[in-house]
Ligand binder design. Sequence first.
Ligand code: ANZ
Ligand code: ZN
Length: 863
Amino acid sequence: MEERHYPFHEVEPRWQAFWQEIGLYRAPDRPERPKFYVLEMFPYPSGGDLHMGHLKNYAIGDVVARWALMQGYDVLHPMGWDAFGLPAENAAIKYGIHPKTWTDQNIVAYRHHLQLLGISYDWSRELATCWPDYYRWTQWLFLYLYHRGLAYRASEYVNFCPNCKTVLANEQVIDGLCERCKTPVVKKALEQWFFRITAYAERLLTDLQKLEGKWPDHILRQQAHWIGRSEGTEIHFRLAHRPDVRLPVFTTRADTLFGVTFLTIAPEHELLDTLLEDMDGTHRAAVEAYRQSALQKTDVERTAVGRPKTGVPTGLAVVHPYTGEALPLWVSDYVLAHYGTGIVMGVPAHDERDFEFARQYGLPVRPVVRPVDGVLPDPQTMGAAWVEKGIMEASGPFSGLPSDEGIRRIQEDLRARGLGGPAVSYRLRDWLISRQRYWGAPIPVVHCPQCGIVPVPEDQLPVRLPENVQNFLPTGRSPLEDVPAFMETTCPRCAGPARRDPDTMDTFVDSSWYFLRFIDAHNDRAPFDPEKANAWLPVDQYIGGAEHATKHLIYARFITKVLYDGGLLQYDEPFEHLFTQGLVLKRFWWCGHCLRPVEETEARKVQEETYLHTVCETTLESRLEMMSKSRGNVVPVGPFVEKHGADVARIAILFAGPPEKDFEWTDAIVEGGRNFLNRIWRLFLDTPAGPVPTEVDPADLDAEALLFYIRLQKTVRSVREDVAQFRFNTAVAQLMAFLNTMYEFPDRSHPVFRHAWYVYVRLLAPFAPHLAEELWHRLGYSTTVFRSPFPVENPDYLVETVVEIPVQVNGRVRATLRVPVDTDPATVEAMARSHPNVARYLEGRHVQKVVYVPNRLLNFVVS
Ligand code: ANZ
Ligand code: ZN
């Protein structure tokens, strides 16, 4: 007798080998049929096993990819590794293993697990960002930007983490802390490479419209906020003692211009160096000391409303462009160097921070805007700034104007006088891409004492990362600086001795273009063939974590636009649809005393739901958090698949809840998935062998079979719609419900029942591909189920309305039939005759007449 449980141990490897053998996932170089490019954000192959938290991303992608295959698309579904980055170096420091060795090992493990799960990747396109034949083209990309003026070097006060001893991008600073180690970030001046993403700020913002309805709204909102467009006015103030020098300010409230009582400049503003020369000794010393202390603070600290404002006067003055009044110039850290112009006009009466600052240093408060139906606030008694717009007063020729009109008029006037005009400011900063770390793509330039910065010629790429590096301890300078064989080179221009750039690129550069390389992964003459790229682009469905809303997802859009502008791509948006999946959470025990997660073996039960930590006797806390190695609450893929199989893992993940939501991984979910697949298996075994009709004519079906047929059509429709809309959990629920319907159907040899298998197996295929393929072959097919079409319902049979028909014999009700509405009279009569109670009253009698009122009543007149 055959195994009564789904024998995944035997079934899953068989079909995985079969799919490989027939090249099911091999995407053609250029699509011949309609194409579908589905991509999951590629993983960072970190230490530790691939676990169920990771699986969600891939399981979702796999349903989409398999479903697209069954829709007849040419599907491109590749996988690779975001393999450069700090964790590899940290592992190297901790375990004394080379970052490359560590990364290679992890890649092997991850690949193995993804293959165990049977995810439908075209492995022939595998890439890793740390492979020279990949980073060669990352370097090419750097040069592409460099030659277009989009990569530049500047000495900058950069975010610096004193603990990791490395420079961080703005995106890696969270609330003023290092994203990785949570140390407060400080500013440090360093020569750095930047990508000029701000040149694309406007397009990155306006093109968000193209993505509306295709990307989650919250991601679009976060990007818009990150780009942070602000419309305002630039106003130039001349220095009193040197009218040729102008200090531009950016303001959103030009209507308050006549209320300015001081100007403040950011401590790290480059103009300050020149201004220092004009200051007297006392002021200069104070300003320099202040600048040093300001650099230790985070932007958030510096600009928070309510935090005590600090600053120092410069002793210099500027001239008001209308009144000619001399206004003091201050330095204050509540002004950020990189927003607007880095200089603010201080209007204490109408701006909260300016108000706090003025009160702190006894600067005048001058109200110039009043409420529409009120009077100007009294500067003596004001307890806070009045920040609303209103009617301008005491504003020379602009007095009496509403704020917005006043702003427009001031803008026109300033422009006419060459003293400013309308201006737009963005929160987005240029992208700092140099890292003083080892495990990344070397920046392909040479520093020559004669020629300066010289790009490495394209035919000399890749600039290989040397492997013989031992010491990765962060020092604030790149470990490559200590590798003479790497550093010492000759200048490509003058052939004299020169030094390489010791820095490596931010790993977000690596991942900003990988979706292009998958299209042409083995091209050794170019990063990709534009013709192939344009045939496969855009990525039709991108799937990944919402945490990438502002980093990766903006950088990839930026690089795509740059390549579009260079004529290499026809698409200026890389990802047509984006789906962001929720997290997989898992409960674990936490000891508040030892401050660590506690394994079950260390927990002692004292009463229902109450456990003590055996080490310290503290009551353990039950916590529900994202699966992660550090919390010790992961369910690793390897052992799970060994125990339950890949299809159970997938069904569990997909059935647990809406894929965009977080959900808790529990034993019950696993149990549910396993039971479901076992029930399918058993029912299939219990279905007598026989021909499997690909079609049945509903007209041939009796009432019960018709009802069953209708339910099947409804299931097809729901599953089809659910899959298309990422409602995988309800799709699986529909499949479970229909399985019950199948169990209830009395005749398993009935053609409609066997036909149902023909449909059901295909509906199941994207969710439990191995089991579906097995059943498909048992139905008699020798080709893969994924080359058969995803089922489509018969639209004429979607309404399941049942009517109750009383059956009378000579006017007396003897039975009640439940039949589909509009069942034909002959069927109804036949059903009635075979009903035992009716049969009893008809037996031995002669039926003179049969009266049928459709859907209402059936009467036998007998004698
Ligand atoms: C004068 C003024 C008067 C302002 C007033 C506001 C209200 P958003 O909307 O974010 O663009 N500002 C300009 N550059 C700054 C910098 N580098 N650091 C800190 N603050 C800066 O904000 C623009 C406003 O933020 C500008 O308008 C400026 O203060 C301030 F009643 O100028 B306002
Ligand atoms: Zn040179």
